[in-house]
Design a protein around this ligand. Structure first.
Ligand code: COA
Length: 389
């Protein structure tokens, strides 16, 4: 059987960020609540020139080359920030990334779980067709509203995963444990611009789903915590992952507990700077782990927990591939984060409340402050137009 998994990882976040200490001061909260209690230092802020399509394309452009373009058969976009209830964002992404025409392109919705559903489908497809590839992208803007309880857990960005045989970065293992249960912890009716969330209940359910699928995984595989080099979590905010890790640490001896805690802290670097990117959050944490985790080597097993409110949880594992560092676009991630511009709370609020026309009128978008490769440039007759430079 061919080894199949993640060959390349692309990451995009908009060119602006807000410091969480500034937000805490503006909202009358202690900064430590945001930086320690929630575990976030900065939050991505989205200009009107970026949406789920442009962000997905920017993440894809970071990794795909002409050979990939000719071999990609599946373009799967996971999102819970869709601007169209019918037309799939994957079709725009397919066109703007110039993927070969005879591909399947579709969008998946399942809260923050959709990219994982796409990744597992892509893995199965490439296992059957090892000479072909699949592109899976999670792209979202997390919006709870100004001065709401969830505001501190906003963010935006996209993660692009190129799935192939003999992957350079992570070999996905066959065994996986998953569960579905109909609950109301987080949802967004189509008439609402903002997510609705029962925050405390959502946290409890996240942990409960994690325990369920972790125990199921151990039963299915006869593996234990000793077999896991590092955990990677869906991170709506980094404290959430810390709480999940604490659920399983007592299963490990002291040395293993220390090692798992240390590498988990190292893995948080990128998530602390970007915030919640919903479908992409787990994969941003995986990328951050691979970039910042110390002592990782080929063959190490990474345990990944994906959670999508509503809800589905899945625990699966991957083995780090030989030369995984060579597969990462490290310079590009560093440059992307370093070039971001800090905004004030007033500037963030102005960007947050800027809306596109909804009456069919035309708007040409000023993109002077956004040098991203792909940008939304016009809305006219209810249609969006993009450029790729
Ligand atoms: N210094 C350090 N920590 C502080 C603090 C201070 N001055 N003040 C508060 N804290 C801690 C609290 O003890 C708490 O920690 P704990 O969770 O370990 O107990 C944490 O900060 C958050 O405080 P809390 O009062 O619970 O915050 P909140 O009522 O504003 O709600 C969320 C926080 C996360 C529930 C809310 O932001 C939310 O609903 N976010 C969206 C939820 C979400 O993303 N769900 C999806 C899960 S997939």
């Amino acid at each position: 059987m061919n080894k199949v998994g993640i060959g390349k990882i692309g990451f995009y976040t908009p060119p602006f960020y807000l410091d969480m200490t500034d937000l805490a001061h503006a909202r009358g909260d202690e900064p430590a609540k945001y930086t320690i209690g929630i575990g976030q230092d900065q939050m991505a802020v989205t200009p009107i020139s970026q949406d789920i399509v442009s962000m997905a394309v920017n993440a894809g452009l970071q990794i795909i080359n002409d050979e990939d373009r000719s071999k990609i058969d599946l373009v799967i976009v996971g999102t819970e920030s869709a601007f169209d209830a019918s037309k799939s964002s994957a079709v725009y992404v397919h066109e703007l990334l110039n993927i070969q025409p005879h591909a399947r392109s579709f969008e998946i919705k399942h809260a923050c779980y959709a990219a994982t559903a796409g990744l597992q489908m892509a893995k199965d497809y490439v296992t059957l067709h090892p000479d072909r590839k699949a592109l899976v992208i999670g792209t979202d803007v997390a919006r709870y509203g100004l001065a709401t309880g969830g505001e501190v857990t906003q963010g935006a960005g996209a993660m692009a995963l190129l799935v192939s045989a003999d992957p350079t970065i992570l070999i996905l293992e066959k065994d996986s444990a998953y569960t579905t249960k109909d609950i109301m912890d987080f949802w967004r009716p189509v008439y609402s611009e903002y997510a609705m969330v029962d925050g405390k209940y959502s946290n409890e359910q996240y942990l409960s789903f994690f325990n369920t699928v972790w125990n199921l995984y151990k039963e299915k595989t006869n593996r234990s915590i000793a077999d896991i080099k590092a955990f990677s979590f869906h991170l709506p905010y980094t404290k959430m992952g810390k709480k999940a890790l604490q659920e399983v640490l007592p299963e490990a001896d002291d040395a293993k507990q220390k090692a798992l805690s240390a590498i988990f802290e190292e893995s948080l670097a990128f998530n602390r700077l970007v915030g919640n990117i919903y479908t992409g959050s787990l994969y941003l944490n995986l990328l951050s782990l691979l970039e910042n985790g110390k002592g990782l080597k080929a063959g190490d097993r990474i345990g990944l927990f994906s959670y999508g409110s509503g809800a589905v949880g899945e625990f699966f594992t991957g083995l780090i591939a030989e030369d995984f560092k060579k597969g990462l676009a490290s310079d590009k991630y560093t440059e992307l984060l370093a070039k971001r511009q800090q905004v004030t709370v007033a500037e963030y609020e102005a960007m947050f409340t800027q809306n596109l026309p909804e009456d069919g009128s035309a708007l040409t978008i000023d993109t002077a402050n956004d040098s991203s490769a792909c940008r939304l440039v016009e809305v006219k007759d209810h249609k969006r137009s993009y450029i790729v430079k």
